[in-house]
Design a protein around this ligand. Structure first.
Ligand SMILES: [Zn+2]
Length: 206
C-alpha cells in the first residue's frame, strides 16, 4: 500500500481530497509517497509517472551534456491534458555551477515559458523533478500555481547523504501558502531507485 503523510490544516484541500469541507473546518493536505506500481493518481498510472521521472533524469544530459553532474537536479514540465503519456513543455537542469546564479541551483524550467504561456498554463501542468526542491524552488513552484508537483529523492535522503539543504520540506511550504489558492497535488518519492544514484554516487563506496 502507498503511504500517505497527512497534515491536518485549515487550508484548501488538494484535488484528491477536495470532497473535504472548506471554510472553517479543518481540511487534510496529503503528500502521497508513490511506490505502488498499481496506483494511479489523478488518473495517471505509475508507469507514466516513471516515464517522466526518467525524462527528468535525462534532462541532465539534454541540458548540460553531462549524464551525471555533481548536483544532478533535473526536471521536466508536462501537460497531461494532451492525453496518452502527456506532452513535455520544457526541461531544465541545475545550472548554478555554470551561471554563478545561486537561484538556478535547481531546475528552472518554469521560466523557459513565455509570460503568456506560463500564466495560462501552469494550473494545468505537472512538474517532475528528480529530487525534492529546496524551499526557494518549492516556493517558486507554489507561486507559479502548478497542478501537480512530483519529486523523486527526498530532502531527508539528501541530508542523510551529506548534502547541504535548508530543512523545510516542500509539504511545509505548501501547507503555509494557503493564501495562494488551490494547492498542487504533491507526489513524493517516485522512482527513487533510479533517482537516488544521481545524488549518492559521490558519497558511496563503489
Ligand atoms: Zn532550490
Amino acid at each position: 500500500m502507498p503511504s500517505t503523510r497527512v497534515y491536518l490544516t485549515t487550508l484548501v484541500a488538494t484535488g484528491a481530497i477536495s470532497s473535504q469541507a472548506h471554510g472553517n473546518e479543518a481540511n487534510l493536505i496529503a503528500e502521497t509517497v508513490l511506490n505502488e506500481p498499481a496506483l494511479a493518481i489523478n488518473g495517471i498510472p505509475f508507469s507514466t509517472r516513471a516515464y517522466w521521472m526518467r525524462t527528468a533524469n535525462d534532462a541532465l544530459f539534454e541540458v548540460l551534456q553531462d549524464p551525471c553532474p555533481f548536483a544532478a537536479f533535473g526536471t521536466v514540465i508536462v501537460n497531461h491534458t494532451a492525453g496518452g503519456l502527456g506532452k513535455a513543455v520544457c526541461i531544465g537542469a541545475n545550472s548554478s555551477g555554470r551561471s554563478g546564479n545561486p537561484t538556478q541551483h535547481d531546475p528552472n524550467g518554469p521560466y523557459n515559458l513565455t509570460t503568456s504561456e506560463a500564466l495560462g498554463a501552469f494550473s494545468e501542468l505537472s512538474l517532475y523533478t528528480n529530487a525534492e526542491s529546496c524551499p526557494m524552488c518549492a516556493s517558486a513552484i507554489r507561486w507559479a500555481g502548478f497542478k501537480e508537483y512530483i519529486y523523486g529523492t527526498s530532502i531527508n535522503t539528501l541530508i542523510g547523504k551529506g548534502w547541504g539543504q535548508i530543512r523545510i520540506p516542500s509539504m511545509e511550504v505548501i501547507r503555509q501558502s494557503f493564501d495562494l489558492g488551490p494547492t498542487p497535488r504533491l507526489i513524493a518519492e517516485v522512482l527513487t531507485n533510479e533517482t537516488e544514484p544521481y545524488f549518492l554516487w559521490h558519497t558511496e563506496t563503489i
